[in-house]
Design a protein. Sequence first.
Length: 130
Amino acid sequence: MALGPYDTQWLTRASFEPTPARRWRLVAGVMGLAVLLVLAAWFLGHDGSRSSELAARLAGAERQAAALGAQLERAQAELALERATRQELQRQADGLGARVAELTQQMEFLASRRAVAYNDQAAPQMRPEQ
């Protein structure tokens, strides 16, 4: 089997064996990368001005959320009270409407009785002839 210029099968059989010089460069590179990562993490975690600003903004947002939550609870309580008041007023209005209908019916009945009584008195009475 001849290897051509574009043959890559040798990559599957090849092994990577670092020489002592390459090994030290590899170790130094990994250590340098680790140090950079640690320094970046420390810098991002200990940036005093930025973290205190974010903490202040977070505290302000939490206070605002608590205030809005309390305001929402008050509004819900007022709405529930208003609904209960409206239901009670509607119940009273319905009762008064029924009472008005009853009194109107009684007035019509009394008015008709009065008209009958008035017509009886207004009609000439016949006296028997003697």
